[in-house]
Design a protein around this ligand. Structure first.
Ligand code: MLT
Length: 248
């Protein structure tokens, strides 16, 4: 996988969401004293498509990147689908997690309706490309007051996804297991972040995860929707420093 490896200090491995790429974390590179590891998952950003077996398949690929970076442990940060992958790592190799940043994500699996919708979308994307996915998701990524250049950037990141990358990820998300029971096992310092206006994974998801995670702090970021780290980067970055890194 293509990997941005930047800076030195405590390692944070940032796992992007769907249909995005590591570019969504560009503003997090400003957090100092950190070695930032940012892979592009297969079929997204600068990584070519590959066969991936479910969410835990992505988790194994991310663990390979930790090996490649010669790190036993790192703070893992997962945005939305990246959070689902973080839970996959907690299932497979919890000892590699030094701290967890759960960004606009949830631990529960798809409802039957959501799952059905994912498979319908897969067929549409195979026929007509990813345009419809970008068009339907873009309005939910940022608040209505987001500056136009931010909306353009989000659209450009989403549009760089490949058909294979999108269909493989949709299937993996549809089939992902319930990670509810796993939350109690994630005993490392954790930070849950959610945009106040996120309608994809709303603050109620964050509140539910907070009750189950043994060592979590929660930050609801006003003036942000699903891409809270991008839309309110300064507030987000400050929370990472004071509410997560300071607790390691
Ligand atoms: C994401 O941002 O990764 C997706 O919206 C997650 C999802 O569709 O469940």
């Amino acid at each position: 996988m293509h990997l941005t490896d930047y800076g030195s200090g405590t390692a944070i491995l940032w796992i992007h969401g769907f249909p995005l790429s590591s570019r969504v974390f560009e503003k997090q590179l400003a957090i100092e004293g950190v070695r930032h590891l940012m892979p592009d998952l297969p079929g997204f950003g600068r990584t070519p498509p590959a066969a991936v077996e479910g969410i835990d398949g992505y988790a194994r690929l991310v663990l390979d990147e930790l090996d490649r970076a010669k790190l036993d442990r790192a703070v893992l940060a997962g945005l939305s689908m990246g959070g689902y992958i973080l839970f996959g790592i907690a299932r497979i190799a919890p000892e590699r997690i030094q701290g967890a940043i759960l960004i606009d994500t949830r631990e529960t699996p798809d409802t039957a309706d959501a799952k059905k919708g994912r498979y319908e979308t897969i067929e549409k994307v195979k026929k007509n490309g990813i345009g419809a996915v970008v068009d339907s998701m873009l309005p939910k990524m940022l608040t209505k007051s987001a500056p136009p250049e931010l909306v353009d950037e989000a659209e450009s990141i989403m549009s760089s996804s490949s058909v294979d990358g999108v269909t493989t990820a949709l299937k993996a998300m549809a089939e992902r297991p319930d990670s509810t029971a796993l939350l109690r096992m994630i005993r490392v310092p954790s930070l849950i972040v959610v945009g106040s206006d996120d309608t994809i994974t709303p603050p109620s998801d964050a509140a539910r995860m907070a009750t189950a995670l043994p060592d979590a702090r929660t930050m609801i970021i006003p003036g942000a929707a699903h891409l809270s780290n991008m839309e309110q980067a300064d507030v987000f970055n400050q929370a990472v420093v004071t509410d997560l890194l300071a607790r390691l």
